[in-house]
Design a protein around this ligand. Structure first.
Ligand code: PNS
Length: 186
């Protein structure tokens, strides 16, 4: 892999959204190989296990060339050093992301001076999107169709049941709530 530019795109990806996919696609135009790295943090329990997240990412990105999917424990910079990656990709949405991202980039630079964090502005259509918003909407019966890859939609439905409210059809506060879908299991 000598001379090739390797980048790591780290994150929780719980689950992967089209916002993440957009960052992957744009990163691939800049680097030779992109490692999508799922952080495995035992103290931070997600909705999906790390293997489940990896499985969804693998399906969602199956057509992309130059992408590797991996997981890591501990410090991101150790993983980057191990993989000889000197670029760290992070997506940046609104101002609220900035403080945390700035702090992380500075600490990572201090520990791994060879590494450069590259921020990519999230695509405008995904500016409001986050895995947390996806999980919240789905848990309360809203649809996230068009915001996550089909495989993620499937897994979310398996876990939380089918969406009860479609796009543009929020329930009126006065109307009775429909019964939860039969497949719902929590
Ligand atoms: O998708 P997220 O949750 O915003 O990703 C954050 C992540 C996983 C990239 C960050 O928490 C991280 O790098 N964790 C690994 C531990 C680490 O290196 N922490 C020090 C950062 S200064």
């Amino acid at each position: 892999m000598a001379g090739k530019r390797v980048a790591v795109y780290p994150g929780s990806f719980d689950p992967i959204t089209y916002g993440h996919v957009d960052i992957v696609d744009r990163s691939l135009a800049l680097v030779d190989r992109l490692i999508v790295a799922v952080a495995s943090n035992p103290s931070k329990k997600g909705i999906f296990s790390v293997p489940e997240r990896i499985d969804m990412i693998r399906t969602a990105l199956q057509d992309r060339k130059g992408v590797e999917i991996a997981s890591f424990e501990g410090l991101l910079v150790h993983f980057c050093r191990e993989r000889k990656a000197d670029v760290i990709i992070r997506g940046l949405r609104a101002l609220s992301d900035f403080e945390f991202e700035f702090q992380m980039a500075m600490m990572n630079k201090r520990m791994y001076p060879r590494g450069e964090t590259v921020f990519m502005m999230t695509g405008s259509q995904y500016f409001y999107l986050s895995s947390s918003v996806i999980k919240e909407v789905v848990q309360f019966g809203g649809t996230v169709e068009g915001l996550v890859p089909p495989v993620v939609l499937e897994r979310l439905e398996e876990r939380f049941g089918r969406a009860r409210f479609g796009v543009g059809t929020p329930p009126s506060p006065a109307s009775p709530r429909p019964a939860p879908a039969a497949r719902r299991r929590r």
